[in-house]
Ligand binder design. Structure first.
Ligand SMILES: N[C@@H](CCC(=O)N[C@@H](CS)C(=O)NCC(=O)O)C(=O)O
Length: 207
């Protein structure tokens, strides 16, 4: 059994999608980050960084925070979505790290400054929306060469999809020139959105 600590955000949904893809049994523990539950001592014991997602894998007696580390753990446990050998393994880890270091942080900041912040700061909005659009263009170029980010469907796609699916609308609005109609990213979003495990995982947690 796996305990999943999560909330209704892209980083959380990476893990519910992966758990659904793998068919693992898991129990969902919603951590309401808008009400500060991520700072409660019982959660900080599992995630000292006070951010979702985190898991406790009872079978292996291990707790893990950071979505990339959780995805690698689950992929190794199931033997799917991360090739065991190179060059496939290196390519998946390359695009997974690219997501963790770029797509997540930059789209997160773009969403914050464009949509959430009470004060609208044009410099910050432009900086993060432009960088997000540049990153989506990097994806689009890669997806002109490969069906999924690292070849076959993998944890690199599972990590990237929840962010791009959520943020695509406002980046597209701001930077329609770089990811227009018929873009490879559109094709990739539609293919991933059609997967039953993705549809279920994207609705978790139900709050
Ligand atoms: N690099 C971390 C980022 C986790 C993260 O930023 N989680 C957000 C929700 S998407 C959170 O818990 N925010 C609560 C807070 O900042 O207090 C990961 O990928 O797991």
């Amino acid at each position: 059994m796996i305990d999943l600590y999560t909330w209704t955000t892209p980083n959380g949904r990476k893990i519910s999608v992966m758990l659904e893809e793998c068919g693992f049994k898991y129990q969902v523990h919603p951590i309401n980050i808008r009400e500060g539950e991520q700072f409660k001592p019982e959660f900080v014991k599992i995630c000292p960084n006070s951010k979702i997602p985190a898991i406790v894998d009872e079978d292996e007696k291990v707790s893990i925070f950071e979505s990339g580390a959780i995805l690698i753990h689950l992929a190794e446990k199931t033997g799917e979505f991360l090739p065991a050998r190179n060059p496939g393994r290196a390519k998946v880890l390359e695009w997974l790290m690219w997501q963790m270091a770029n797509i997540g942080p930059m789209l997160g900041q773009a969403n914050h400054f464009a949509n959430t912040a009470s004060e609208k700061i044009p410099y910050a909005i432009d900086r993060y929306v432009s960088e997000s659009a540049r990153l989506v263009k990097v994806m689009d170029d890669q997806l002109s060469r490969t069906e999924y980010l690292a070849g076959d469907y993998s944890i690199a796609d599972i990590a990237t999809y929840p962010w791009v699916a959520v943020a695509f609308g406002f980046i597209k609005g701001a930077k329609a020139d770089v990811i227009g109609e018929g873009a490879n990213v559109d094709r990739w979003i539609k293919a991933i959105a059609a997967r039953p495990a993705v549809q279920t995982g994207m609705e978790i947690p139900k709050v």
